[in-house]
Design a protein around this ligand. Structure first.
Ligand SMILES: Nc1nc2c(ncn2[C@@H]2O[C@H](COP(=O)(O)OP(=O)(O)OP(=O)(O)O)[C@@H](O)[C@H]2O)c(=O)[nH]1
Length: 785
């Protein structure tokens, strides 16, 4: 990063003005003050850099939240547990150990110089192997074959006192968007916390929180440090609200106690925001609060410390310090929660533990919570006078500290003190010498708060920034990898889907063409078959009728003729049906009813008398039959035929001869004709009817219509089948196209996500480098023994 690109502090972050305490001592131009002034300058520079980094980190988190809410890619929360780890019940100790072992601020100092990317890489490859502590869970498999460091600040902790079910198992039971929502909540909290850190780093005073279990001796310690009895001390729980002890200089030199109901609106110059309490009646006031007669949240106790700046903690000449005595941790859950919340504005934690009771569960929980930003805790093991086996007590307590705060344990010489504050109260000392262990405690605390002010004031902000930026890197890196994997998967699916899609299109074209040609072929076949069969059916029909229609003699000729017509028509309709059956077998059609009906066809085949007696075609003298024929019936002999016969006979024989031989000839001819008629009538009628049928079939439209009807039905069936097949193809193609559109969208989202998370990762990495460059460790100064 160029110098110009380096995160710049907001314009109002000018060099913080010197503290009230420093300002009042500067005029004495001695070496001590010059050093202090120099320290202030360095501190101001580091503060400004951290303030700028806090703002930039906050901006990054807000951008992630915004993206999470608007972009299609919801931030994925990496799963942390291997199946094996998931089955192991998680205890608070192991959770804590896991978290601490994964935090970058617990890495070797050697690691601090590396950018996040390398540090993550290092944690993937080395940490689990190098440290037995880390072997448990420095990184975990997220179930997709990738190792991911555990989150610190953004970790979603769903456990509510039930350690049998692991947090990860609980997380796995949630929907992805529910997790994204929870994560958004964590990021939001983190943004708020950054605001608090910002306030804290901007604030030129330092706040020292004195906390610990009930009756551990917190108030006693404050009084001993102040060498004044300011706060009430009792075996009964007596501190029920936060008591902030400040230098009276901050209240224009006036000693006073301000009882505050709403600390957020407190203004020392506005009496409406507090109630003044007489310092002598503080104990009674505190009891009233405990008994519920008064409802206050905080006390500000301004008091004068007449000791020299070199000895006094409050009146130290470097920084304005507030000692905050707090209610006992195990007093009640509401107060405990409030205490945790206040940690955000606390620079130094002095944890008072009773040598008799060691660390209780609430004390341990407090320290686990504090570990997110406070690596070093000042621990006062009080009431040491009541312990007989002092060495064993030290060993046990130091062992506990080792588990709870590794960094504190490392500096135990300076940070852990075994004292009896109760024997250092002014009324006990009465002007005598203070015990050496308490003097050393005072010296170390002064050193911790003042000389290591950079560390105590800025380190929490730096540690928090490191943790949150590490979390952002882990999140963005795992999301980038997830997005890249999903993108590759989608691209592969798209690539694989394309030939399948093209194949479906080709298959559709081929099948539809095939159906088309099959339809045409089959229809043509059926059409030809129908026409041919119907046209050729007449011969069969003519042959068939001779056996089907009985001849009952001439007297029943009309009945015979009718039967002939009926049977022929019936046979023809049968032939049509045969054609239908064949077509059905070929196409599974169910044709419309045939328009050829027996009745109608029968009428078409009706014969008149001339049709019946086709003798003139056979004989040239057929007209001789006229007389005989007339015998049969007047119905059989029409007027036209009669005249026709007479004319034929007269013209052939001549009028004179007719009289001579007419009778015998006519008789003989008549007889002959009758015999002939009798013999051939049956066949003549059949032939004639068949001829009519043939003429009807050939000249009429019946065959054409039937063939058309049957093929039309065939075509309809084919079309309906073809439509169904096409429909199936269409559905398949549409499903393909829908899938492809979704995949294309997923690919675009994936591409955007890869770029976006890459940018977030780079930005977090860059910010982390700048955070690492803010050196908050001050040179170690050997405290005099
Ligand atoms: N033996 C012994 N008793 C002590 C010592 N310090 C404090 N005590 C006693 O412990 C009791 C509690 O002391 P406090 O200072 O009120 O303890 P605290 O932690 O402020 O208590 P709360 O504010 O109620 O949580 C008092 O009776 C003190 O006299 C010590 O060093 N040795």
């Amino acid at each position: 990063m160029d110098e110009a690109d380096r995160p710049q502090p907001a314009s109002h972050h000018v060099l913080p003005s010197l503290s009230h305490a420093a300002a009042t001592t500067l005029p004495q131009e001695n070496q001590f003050n010059q050093n202090l002034f120099l320290q202030q300058q360095i501190f101001a520079d580091k503060s400004n850099r951290l303030l700028s980094l806090i703002q930039n980190t906050k901006g990054l988190l807000e951008e992630i939240r915004e993206t999470n809410a608007t972009k299609p890619w919801q931030t994925y929360y990496p799963s942390l547990q291997t199946p094996q780890a998931a089955t192991t019940p998680i205890t608070p100790a192991s959770t804590h150990q896991m978290r601490r072992s994964n935090s970058f601020h617990h890495e070797d100092d050697h690691d601090r110089g590396f950018p996040l990317q390398q540090r993550i890489q290092r944690s993937f490859t080395t940490s689990s192997a190098s440290s037995p502590q880390n072997a448990h869970a420095p990184v975990e498999n997220n179930g997709i074959g990738r190792l991911i460091p555990e989150l610190n600040v953004l970790k979603l902790d769903l456990k509510v006192g039930n350690y049998a079910t692991s947090n990860d198992a609980l997380l796995r039971g949630l929907e992805r968007n529910t997790i994204a929502h929870l994560l958004d909540g964590r990021i939001q909290q983190s943004v708020k916390h950054l605001d608090n850190l910002y306030q804290r780093v901007s604030d030129k005073s330092s706040k020292v929180l004195i906390t610990g279990d009930l009756n551990a001796g917190k108030s006693t310690l404050v009084n001993a440090l102040m060498q004044r009895t300011i706060l009430p001390i009792d075996q009964q729980p007596c501190t029920s609200l936060f008591c902030e002890v400040l230098d009276a200089q901050e209240n224009e030199g006036q000693e006073a106690v301000h009882a505050i109901k709403d600390p957020s609106v407190y203004n020392r110059e506005d009496p409406n925001t507090f109630t003044v309490v007489d310092m002598r009646h503080l104990e009674k006031f505190m009891n009233d609060v405990i008994d519920g007669y008064e409802d206050y949240a905080q006390l500000k106790v301004y008091c004068t410390d007449r000791r020299l700046v070199n000895d006094s903690l409050l009146h130290n000449g470097v920084v304005d310090i507030a000692l905050i005595d707090s209610p006992g941790l195990n007093r009640d859950s509401v107060k405990t929660t409030a205490l945790f919340a206040r940690q955000q504005e606390i620079d130094v934690v002095v944890f008072v533990v009773s040598a008799e009771n060691h660390f209780t569960l609430s004390g341990k929980e407090f320290l686990w919570n504090a570990a997110n930003e406070k690596t070093h805790i000042f621990i006062v093991v009080n009431r040491f006078d009541s312990i007989r086996d002092k060495e064993r007590c030290k060993r046990v307590i130091l062992d506990q500290i080792k588990q709870l705060s590794a960094k504190t344990y490392e500096d135990a010489d300076e940070l852990v003190h075994f004292v009896s504050a109760g024997s250092c109260l002014p009324e006990i000392i009465q002007g005598g010498d203070f015990p050496a262990d308490f003097l050393r405690l005072e010296e170390c605390l002064r050193s911790f708060v003042l000389e290591k002010r950079c560390k105590s004031k800025l380190a929490p902000a730096k540690v928090y920034l490191e943790n949150i930026l590490s979390d952002v890197s882990v999140l963005s890196d795992s999301n980038r990898q997830m997005a890249a994997e999903e993108l590759a998967k989608v691209r592969l699916e798209l690539e694989r889907g394309e030939p399948e899609y093209q194949d479906t299109l080709c298959r559709r074209e081929m099948v539809m063409e095939k159906i088309e040609s099959l339809t045409e072929e089959t229809c043509k076949l059926i059409d030809n078959m129908t026409r041919e069969r119907l046209i050729n059916s007449v011969d069969d029909i003519e042959n068939a009728v001779s056996t089907l229609v009985p001849w009952n003699g001439l007297l029943h000729i009309w009945q015979y003729s009718n039967d002939l017509r009926y049977v022929m028509a019936d046979l023809f309709v049968d032939r049509v049906k045969n054609c239908e059956t064949e077509a059905r077998e070929k196409t599974k059609i169910c044709p419309d009813p045939s328009r050829v009906s027996i009745g109608k066809l029968k009428d078409e085949l009706s014969l008149d008398f001339v049709d019946v007696f086709e003798v003139q075609d056979k004989l040239g003298v057929a007209s001789v039959s006229l007389g005989a024929v007339t015998m049969f019936s007047s119905k059989a002999l029409g007027y036209k035929s009669l005249v026709h016969s007479l004319f034929d006979i007269t013209s052939t024989v001549g009028v004179s001869n007719v009289r001579k031989w007419a009778v015998p000839v006519v008789t003989a001819a008549g007889l002959g004709l009758l015999i002939y008629i009798a013999a051939d009538m049956k066949h003549a009628l059949a032939r004639k009817t068949a001829r009519k049928l043939r003429a009807h079939i050939r000249e009429g439209s019946v065959v054409h219509e039937e063939a058309m009807r049957i093929t039309k039905d065939c075509r309809r069936v084919f079309k309906s089948n073809a439509w169904e097949i096409q429909n199936r193809f269409q559905k398949e193609i549409e499903a393909h196209e829908r899938r492809r559109a979704e995949q294309e969208k997923a690919a675009k989202d994936g591409e955007r996500a890869v770029v976006y998370f890459g940018k977030v990762f780079d930005k977090a990495d860059e910010l982390a480098r700048w955070v690492a460059a803010v050196e908050v460790e001050v040179e170690e100064r050997k405290v005099k023994a």
